[in-house]
Design a binder for this molecule. Sequence first.
Ligand SMILES: Nc1ncnc2c1ncn2[C@@H]1O[C@H](COP(=O)(O)OP(=O)(O)OP(=O)(O)O)[C@@H](O)[C@H]1O
Ligand SMILES: [Mg+2]
Length: 318
Amino acid sequence: MLTAGEPSIGLEEAVPLPDHRSTSAVAPPAVGGSPRERAGAGGALANHESNTISPAPCGDQRDLRAARLAVMGELASSIIHEINQPLSAIVASAEAAKRWIERDRPVLAEASAMLDDVISEVSRVADIVTGLRALARNQEADATLVEMNSIIEEVTAALRPELARLSIRLELSLCSDGLVVLGSRVQIQQVLVNLLRNSIEAIRDEPVAAPAISLTLQPSGTSVVCTIADNGPGVAPSIKGMLFEPLATSKSDGMGMGLAISRSIASSHGGALDLLPTPTGAKFRLTIPRHIAVAGDRQPGQVSSEGALMASPRPLAK
Ligand SMILES: Nc1ncnc2c1ncn2[C@@H]1O[C@H](COP(=O)(O)OP(=O)(O)OP(=O)(O)O)[C@@H](O)[C@H]1O
Ligand SMILES: [Mg+2]
């Protein structure tokens, strides 16, 4: 952590990537201590405000290297966390395609539909990895117009089988106004999936009577506000203070990355992710600036004559 009187060096440091290309990455603000301490002090993906690190004393390259390794470790953890679910979907679709082909009378149309799913999930994985690398490098990502209702419907459709298996009722309260934000569709999906998964896991781990998750979307001033609340056990007091820090988890199988990545994505969109007080269960609020259409804007999802998607993309706010 930078202390008064210490000179600082910039965030952007050359970091060797696994593919041996060199790029710049966000160095964490502190070096040394446990991985939790390093990451919790403002890990690369989770903190866009900490823009400086302490210089290594007397140019000690080992400390700088340790800082870079911490960045790489956090990026790796984030990628592992975020691509697990699409990878499972890819395996399931590929296995289903194989079954359709291996039937006595193969049904190629079904197999082909399954392979389409594989292709779209693989491209989602690529987009997720690209987005995480951009976040870790504090780089600007291209943004497009995103219609929040449609994103929520996509995300909840994918989770419905699991909700049904656990008898969790999902109450959706969407906005008829068709709220639009300027951002990364894949990254906003990631945030919603992470929040919904946490609610599902909280209820799964400590079952309650009439388990339910409610998701509400509404405008608020110049923002779009999405709240996700559940009637599970609520956030344990012991973890409340570090909820959004990387590696903070109360679960035996948790990585403690979901909320850290999600808050980082929210802030890269110029928004916020917070835990709200609630008498029972847990309630999280995602806020993203609302895009107000101006004459000449294309509709979300509309493809231009050049084939580019929607209104002119612009970099996400930092
Ligand atoms: N809806 C919720 N109800 C109760 N506790 C929650 C809820 N959401 C988050 N938490 C608490 O916040 C912690 C951090 O959540 P986060 O999503 O960052 O990590 P995780 O779920 O433990 O692991 P993973 O990285 O696999 O998502 C959780 O371990 C849990 O203690
Ligand atoms: Mg989680």
